[in-house]
Design a protein around this ligand. Structure first.
Ligand SMILES: *[C@@H]1O[C@H](CO)[C@@H](O)[C@H](O)[C@H]1NC(C)=O
Ligand SMILES: *[C@@H]1O[C@H](CO)[C@@H](O)[C@H](O)[C@H]1NC(C)=O
Length: 445
């Protein structure tokens, strides 16, 4: 019987050490990496606080909807999907009623590509432009639902733009050279691209963000993109409102497969990132469930911006970086369902039943020549299964993902080698589940 084997006291110091090692917010950083460029996860973690370097290979297609057929000269948005761009091709000139200059953040998806066509009659049409990247693009990826709605542009407004975005701007006369879309977002685009050329010496070609879909604020169409095709869109009635097309777009379903096919046209460099999670800042005031930058003093954010500038000025996004997101996938695939069963608390009638199940699950990591005398060896074996010896050791993401896996492996090992009562054992898994905060563990389905 397994419990006879387990009747050996655990090294007390080791148990204590398991709890507190590791970087601050490793669990949150892990979840941020898992959510990168994925809609279902971003819906759960909309408030990003991290910035990554990213790249897009030469020859990648992007789409832009607008009211005129001429190629875009300077700064504008591109979409990853033609359907996304088409929404903007159909817009009325001057943007949506009360929307283009109205700062409609929080009201739904933004409308960045608005500059719709108006042929003077009852019907309106626009143009769908198709571009390909003329070179490999270097991008700054802002994580979370960073193109809105709601509080999710916080990392831009507070860290990147140092509180200079005017989110209260309403209405007013049409701005000469308007980019279309909500005024605060026009301001973000202009400031971001100004920063790209002035602060970052042209080392960034655009800013990659997520809203209803993925989009890039492209700073210089002429130098970054080649036009492939321009088509006129089907005319549509004046009476059809923006909200109609906007809400239709908003209801599109984004599956993990969709995100992995489309989103991964951009390669996120997990080794080059700057995250507020790595700084000594209270991101969860009053037990907030999402990281909040709102009340963080400005001076605490300055070091993050300085480190971000330094990263952009000294590093280039690498394309062949180690894929830490794939590691988070493997960890969640292996452990989420099992943890859910343990944390549920009702799946096992007896301690023996639990330990039998646990031992079978952990069998690949147990060397019965030494088990249970050498818990460290069990943990190491468990970790090695999902993180190769050649994986990077340095960097916030590497340390966070390694630490989270360590917490998982050490909790299982700890429970296995200690002879805990059923409730005490299940409590340990409940604690782990609370720490991890995986969407796979909180979803009701
Ligand atoms: C936060 O949660 C802890 C533990 O549940 C509780 O003791 C504390 O009062 C909470 N703080 C606030 C400000 O709600
Ligand atoms: C942000 O703005 C404040 C006030 O204008 C300034 O003191 C600070 O240096 C700025 N921070 C950065 C990182 O530019």
């Amino acid at each position: 019987m397994v419990n006879k084997l387990l009747a050996i006291p655990l090294l007390a110091g080791l148990a204590a050490g398991w709890k507190n090692d590791g970087p601050a917010n490793a669990n949150h950083l892990f979840n941020a990496v898992h959510a990168v460029m994925r809609h279902p996860e971003l819906a759960q973690f909309p408030n990003g606080v991290s910035f990554f370097l990213a790249s897009v290979p030469q020859g990648t297609r992007f789409y832009h909807g607008t009211g005129h057929p001429e190629p875009i000269p300077g700064l504008q948005w591109v979409a990853f999907e033609p359907e996304h761009a088409l929404n903007f091709a159909r817009m009325a000139r001057g943007g949506p009623p009360g929307g283009a200059a109205g700062g409609k953040e929080g009201a739904g998806t933004q409308q960045p590509l608005i500059d719709g066509g108006d042929n003077g009659g009852e019907e309106r049409y626009g143009y769908l432009h198709t571009y390909v990247t003329a070179k490999e693009l270097r991008l700054l990826y802002i994580d979370g639902m960073s193109a809105g709605p709601g509080g999710s542009p916080q990392s831009q407004d507070r860290i990147l733009f140092n509180d200079t975005i005017n989110n209260d701007f309403r209405g007013g006369p049409r701005v000469e050279g308007s980019l279309g879309g909500p005024a605060p977002d026009q301001q973000r685009a202009r400031l971001g691209c100004q920063m790209a050329s002035e602060t970052w010496g042209g080392r960034i070609d655009g800013i990659l963000r997520t809203e209803g879909d993925f989009e890039i604020i492209m700073c210089d169409f002429e130098n970054s993109l080649d036009i492939v095709r321009v088509v006129q869109t089907k005319p549509r009635q004046r009476t059809r409102s923006l909200e109609e097309s906007g809400s239709k777009f908003g209801k599109r379903g984004f599956t993990a497969r969709y995100d992995d096919l489309r989103g991964h046209q951009a390669v996120i460099d997990f080794e080059h990132m700057v995250s507020a999670f790595s700084y000594d800042i209270d991101l969860f005031p009053n037990n907030a469930t999402r990281p909040m930058l709102k009340d963080v003093p400005r001076a605490s954010l300055d070091p993050i911006k300085r480190d971000l500038d330094a990263m952009i000025l000294s590093e280039s996004p690498a394309r062949d970086v180690f894929n830490w997101q794939a590691v988070t996938d493997n960890i969640i695939d292996r452990y989420a369902a099992r943890l859910r069963t343990y944390a549920d608390g009702t799946s096992f009638e007896s301690k023996d039943a639990l330990y039998e199940n646990l031992e079978a699950f952990f069998a690949p990591f147990l060397d019965y020549a030494s088990f249970p005398d050498d818990p460290a060896a069990v943990i190491a074996s468990c970790q090695a299964q999902l993180i190769a010896p050649t994986a990077p050791v340095d960097g916030a993401v590497a340390q966070a993902v390694r630490h989270v896996l360590f917490r998982v492996c050490s909790t299982f090992t700890d429970v296995l080698v200690q002879d805990l009562e059923l409730d005490a054992a299940l409590d340990r898994f409940e604690e782990l589940v609370a720490y991890l905060g995986w969407t796979e563990l909180t979803d009701s389905n």
